[in-house]
Design a protein around this ligand. Sequence first.
Ligand code: AMP
Ligand code: FE
Ligand code: FE
Ligand code: ZN
Length: 289
Amino acid sequence: MGSIDLHLHTNASDGRFTPAQLVDIAYDRGLKIIAVTDHDTVDGIEPALEQAEKYPALALIPGIEMSTYAPGCEVHLLGYFIDYTHPKLVSFCTRMRSDRIDRARAMVSKLKGLGVDIEWEHVERIAGESNIGRPHIAMALLERRCISVFEEAFELYLGYGKPAYVERFKITPQEAAKLITECGGLPVLAHPMTVDNYPAVIADLCAAGLEGLEIYYKDFTREERQNLLRIAEKMNLVATGGSDYHGIDDTAEVLPGDAGVPENVGEKLLARARAKGAKIPGSLERYSC
Ligand code: AMP
Ligand code: FE
Ligand code: FE
Ligand code: ZN
């Protein structure tokens, strides 16, 4: 197990655990640097930072994972060291929150049209205060026994281009990268192997201020990592990584700290953050570069 994990979800979006529980898990697992990166929301950051104060050995980077579109696919952009109080970021999150509700409602209607009968109130109950997303619909499908395993929800209905899929408010990866930069953060491309034509997307993103590539990621092969490392070196990008832990199924998920992120990644990212004048949380100040 490593000591760095830069991709973690809480129940502020589609993770199972509260921000405080996630921080406890990270501490118990001996992690030294973590980033909370919820989908299109910063609601989990403050409670996570508060909990992290109890653990001087654990540094927490405020982050986000923004949902965007490139032609033909979804692209997720991570933002690290963001000023989570920045008015532009707050307004982006507010817009995404209401769009996510409209979209989830539309997906439930589409499912009904396909003869898959789940109730909106059921999905709403599962999501609670979280920034609603497809996993909450998938849970409702599972609870109603419309599917037999969680992933089936995406394979049959909710995955990109599947019959109950609904597009969201569209922002391009470049727009997201610029927004993250404007809010004092470092944009990093999440799980690049899930992006169609990723070399072209990376090249476009570099022109929009991209700082890193998420290379140490659960299901990337050795070859894929090596290829991405070459691209990162060529484009002067930091090779980051994380488990993308959601806490939904510990028997199937990569656990916090288990993504194979090398020890020096935290310092490399921190050096970029300092060079960009990003606000560094006090807990990270002890890391020299
Ligand atoms: P949304 O935020 O509504 O776009 O939903 C995206 C989230 O759904 C991802 O972050 C994952 O948590 C989950 N997800 C997407 N595809 C799959 C899949 N094939 N199997 C399981 N979970 C998935
Ligand atoms: Fe997710
Ligand atoms: Fe993602
Ligand atoms: Zn994620």
